[in-house]
Design a protein around this ligand. Structure first.
Ligand SMILES: *Cc1c(COP(=O)(O)O)cnc(C)c1O
Length: 341
């Protein structure tokens, strides 16, 4: 199939309307069979539950072209599982996990012409999401829902190399204990808009959030989990019930332990320990790992020994191994890379 005429390597992370999207509706207690449609607009009641009470959740993953010309995606079963968990917490109906993966495959196949070619660094970002669509004015869950998946081509995350970023410890909290921090709900992002704009206005790329109860432990940023490396090469990732379980972070932990033979600790991480780490990175689907060079907390500045020029050596090794697996150059665990076509 002829690819679209797009300058793939200069794409940003913006919405570009592709030809097809997947839609399924939930009504009278059941999901319909779902279909691929062309219309990217949604018509709903002014009183739709999503508009009044933010009953909405989402997922994010990527499809890309491997060197041998296959179109693949990475562990979509985990996105399906996480969305099921999120839906339950928000009193939304679960979209069957197998159907979720089938729908991802179907919508990517339909948009084959929009999947960036190998070597461009660009990918086709896939956005599954679900929301309460019928009118609800008294506070309660909707009774009708829409599940959709759109795709949009996005450019290489690191355009001139992966330069370390400077982040700040936020004065705001991201998630309450026993709250919704561990699910991918839109509401977690609505409340993060002011803190991230404040961080940007102050010259920082991201916010580090601490645990809301004691403000002594590292949680995550607005959209990525932390990964630290100790001076003796141990991988440490923060553990908390209010952190979103990143698929990238979980995959990196497996890569570190089972493939690279590193020691991995998933545990509570006190902010006071951070100054002793050798490397720091943020992990999520978009960047895989983005290196952090410096963390500013009020008057305190923590500059990691890995510096401001490039990724630290251990994080680089993790990055190269996971992206090697994703690109089909390195053999990864069974089932991680799903061939779409
Ligand atoms: C989506 C998300 C991540 C990253 O998860 P991946 O599955 O690795 O993409 C991390 N933190 C938050 C808050 C997120 O919403």
């Amino acid at each position: 199939m002829a690819k679209k005429d797009i300058d793939w390597s200069n794409l940003g992370f913006d919405y570009l309307k592709t030809d097809y999207r997947y839609v399924s509706n939930f009504k009278d207690g059941a999901w319909d069979e779902g279909e691929i449609v062309t219309d990217n607009n949604i018509t709903m009641s002014e009183c739709a539950c999503v508009l009044q009470y933010a009953q909405t959740c989402f997922e994010g993953l990527k499809a890309y072209t491997t060197e041998d010309g296959r179109i693949v995606c990475f562990r979509p079963d985990l996105n399906a599982e996480r969305m099921a968990m999120t839906a339950k917490r928000l009193e939304m109906p679960v979209f069957d996990e197998k159907r979720f993966v089938d729908a991802v495959v179907e919508v990517v196949k339909a948009n084959e012409a929009w999947v960036p070619p190998f070597g461009s660094g660009a990918t086709l970002y896939i956005r599954p999401y679900m929301f309460g669509i019928n009118s609800v004015i008294g506070v309660k869950p909707a009774s009708e829902y829409q599940f959709r998946i759109f795709t949009t081509p996005v450019g290489p995350y690191f355009k001139g190399g992966a330069k370390p970023i400077v982040i700040t410890v936020s004065d705001f909290d991201r998630a309450a204990p026993h709250g919704t921090g561990n699910i991918k709900a839109g509401l977690n992002y609505a409340m993060s808009l002011h803190p991230i704009m404040e961080a940007h206005r102050n010259g920082f790329a991201e916010n580090m959030y601490l645990d809301a109860a004691t403000r002594t432990k590292v949680e995550e940023t607005g959209g990525a989990n932390f990964i630290f490396v100790t001076k003796d090469g141990t991988i440490v990732t923060p553990k908390s019930d209010s952190i979103l379980p990143s698929i990238t972070r979980r995959s990196l932990m497996t890569v570190a332990e089972d493939i690279l033979g590193m020691k991995v600790e998933h545990r509570e991480v006190y902010f006071d320990e951070v100054k002793d780490f050798a490397e720091c990175g943020l992990c999520g689907t978009a960047a895989v790992i983005s290196p952090v060079g410096k963390i500013v907390h009020g008057d305190q500045e923590i500059a990691f020994p890995s510096g401001m020029e490039e990724m630290g050596p251990t994080i680089k090794k993790l990055y190269d191994t996971l992206t090697g697996i994703q690109m089909g150059k390195i053999e990864g665990p069974e089932g991680w890379v799903k061939t779409i076509m």
